[in-house]
Design a protein around this ligand. Structure first.
Ligand code: IMP
Ligand code: MG
Length: 179
């Protein structure tokens, strides 16, 4: 498997800094709680939090739909046992990537039932042409083409999350010796 670089660590750093500034301005008078969607968002969440100087809380929830493949199974599981009390809070949902958008919209409708004051979404990557739900993320780092990407938290079969940049995964030689 080969990884073709798409977004450098430096480019990601700059965009995360800009997002952090925008979020800090928009939430200056609010009670911000970031909710990170495990597992792919953890690197983004960790960097984004340090780019947001205003006080804020962190909660986590887990959404799984990709099981070792580059295509979704269509089954979405949401694990909310790590979720803090979100009632009357201003929630910013943070995920690594918005692809079809089904994950984000499912999370938004589930969270709405807990009575938050507001819910917005932030994604580092948006595969806009693949999105099938009526949802536009409020904060977007990069719009990217329809390709399977890894690195900076994003995985393929739980691999490549540790790579500090984002690249397109080429699986065309996947039958050969693992790299
Ligand atoms: P959606 O429900 O189709 O928007 O899928 C969103 C989830 O699928 C993200 O949270 C990722 O975990 C995963 N995903 C979508 N595209 C990619 C990709 O290119 N690389 C790695 N994970 C992806
Ligand atoms: Mg995910």
């Amino acid at each position: 498997m080969r990884i073709e670089p798409l977004l450098s660590a430096e480019a990601i750093r700059e965009v995360v800094t800009c997002l952090g500034q925008r979020i800090s301005q928009d939430y200056a008078d609010k009670d911000l709680t970031i909710l990170g969607v495990l597992t792919g968002s953890i690197v983004f969440v960790a960097d984004l939090m340090r780019a947001i100087p205003i006080p804020h809380r962190l909660g986590l929830l887990q959404a799984s739909s990709y099981r070792g493949a580059t295509q979704t199974s269509g089954e979405l599981t949401l694990e909310v046992s790590l979720l803090p009390d979100v009632r009357d809070r201003d929630i910013l949902l943070v995920d690594d990537i918005l692809d079809t958008g089904k994950t984000m919209s499912a999370i938004v409708s589930k969270l709405s039932a807990y009575g938050p004051k507001s819910i917005r979404s932030a994604v580092l990557l948006w595969k806009k042409e693949r999105t099938v739900v009526e949802m536009i993320p409020d904060y977007v780092g990069f719009e990217i083409p329809d390709a399977f990407v890894v690195g900076y938290g994003l995985d393929y079969d739980d691999r490549f999350r540790h790579i500090p940049y984002i690249g397109v995964l080429d699986t065309s030689d996947a039958d050969q010796a693992p790299s």
